[in-house]
Write a protein that binds this ligand. Structure first.
Ligand SMILES: [Zn+2]
Length: 398
């Protein structure tokens, strides 16, 4: 098989198997009867397909279950030893890689902190492939059990061509044939996806187990973005450009945003904005930040958590704007759950209260009653986890 024809091996061979595997993924351990009641499909069809999946060692029946008697109890799970996939996320800050087994459990991770912003395309592609090999070395399964790789890109992608079109954060990252290059070098099927979609999928699979049909995931960092799942469908929009919450205009000020606009949420409230505001305010203030040679957004969040007056004022103002912007989205899209980036916790409980209050204040009473707002528990490798989950999801569909 030529490299350019590398295709992902499907784990599910037909629609019934696909349905069963997705139900087991989200509800394991689960009995055959449990699957029948969730799908409404005939018991005989579910039993037949389950038997094939058990025989092929794609599913396992756990040792405590009664699979022989007439009353088949709990116990079907995805087989974690069937194989594994790799998710890799690259950004201006470096490269994070995750190996995930076929039961959606992370089994190895690597984290390379390197400034990729000014490297040329080949240097970055080489580093990506090196990271894949490094994480593979940590996996105890043989290399031929590796099903595929998902590359999670920080910019705009072209799905059909498997190319990264451009990324504002990496200056030479234009029209890069990521899929072709990685397939040639690694001899693996490669999928390319955007970071916002990957991160939403990560929280949905790893944290929520696909239990929420209407979800907003708010990414907060140097940029601000929003992952959207409505009526059980991930919304990516024309050209995969949906979710640019950071470029909602929230202020009449003339603060310029990296998109070229002014007064965008990202320019007023992101980590980058916090760092800039703190740096320009520091001299006239007595702040613990004045000891820093250079100030990052994370420094400002952490100083706020220590009740530093300057940092608290800056973070409170930013979180007030962020809360109002998210509330606007809630009123339009009516999610059941808003999940906030774990980084928010770094600002401490008082700042989180400011954010929650701002959110609650602007949400319609009808929406507020059915809404839950939480901070995600995922702290690292989120894009890479989502990439790995995306490729496994693909294997479970036909
Ligand atoms: Zn903008």
């Amino acid at each position: 098989m030529s490299i350019d024809k590398l295709k992902l091996s499907k784990i599910a061979q037909n629609g019934t198997q696909s349905t069963i595997l997705q139900i087991v993924r989200d509800n394991s351990p689960i009995s055959r009867s449990g699957i029948v009641s969730l799908t409404g499909q005939p018991h005989a069809a579910i039993s037949r397909s389950t038997a094939v999946l058990l025989e092929n060692k794609i599913l396992l029946a756990d040792s405590g279950s009664d699979t022989n008697g007439p009353r088949r109890k709990r116990g079907l799970e995805l087989n974690s030893d069937y194989g594994y996939v790799i998710g890799i996320e690259y950004s201006a800050d470096g490269i994070e890689a995750v190996a995930m087994n076929t039961a959606y459990q992370p089994i190895a991770k690597t984290d390379k902190k390197t400034d990729l912003a000014n490297l040329n395309q080949n240097q970055i592609l080489e580093l990506i492939c090196e990271s894949v090999k490094e994480v593979q070395k940590k996996v105890k399964m043989s290399e031929d059990k590796c099903i595929g790789l998902a590359a999670v890109d920080p910019g705009l992608i072209d799905d059909d061509q498997g190319m990264s079109v451009f990324a504002t954060t990496m200056c030479n990252w234009n029209n890069v044939p990521v899929v072709d290059y990685c397939q040639q070098q690694l001899k693996l099927p490669v999928m390319l996806l955007g970071s916002s979609k990957a991160k939403t999928l990560a929280v949905d699979r790893m944290e929520l187990k696909n239990s929420i049909a209407n979800l907003l995931y708010i990414e907060y960092g140097r940029g601000i973005a929003c992952g959207i799942k409505l009526n059980n469908t991930y919304i990516s929009g024309e050209g995969h450009l949906a979710g640019e919450l950071g470029h909602l205009q929230v202020s009449d000020s003339n603060v310029v945003c990296r998109c070229g606009g002014v007064g965008c949420l990202e320019a007023m409230a992101s980590l980058t904005a916090l760092a800039q505001t703190a740096s320009s305010s520091i001299e006239s203030n007595n702040s613990i930040l004045s000891q820093n040679k250079s100030i990052t957004g994370m420094d400002v969040l952490r100083a706020a958590a220590q009740n530093d007056k300057l940092a608290s004022r800056i973070v409170d103002e930013a979180f007030d704007r962020l809360g109002a912007a998210i509330a606007g989205l809630v009123n339009i899209l009516s999610p059941k759950l808003v999940l906030l980036d774990n980084i928010i916790n770094e600002a401490g409980p008082d700042a989180v209260t400011v954010l929650m209050r701002s959110l609650q204040k602007t949400i319609l009473a009808s929406h507020r009653r059915q809404l839950e707002i939480r901070i995600s528990s995922l702290t690292s490798h989120i894009g890479a986890l989502g990439g790995a989950a995306a490729i496994l999801d693909n294997c479970l569909t036909v």
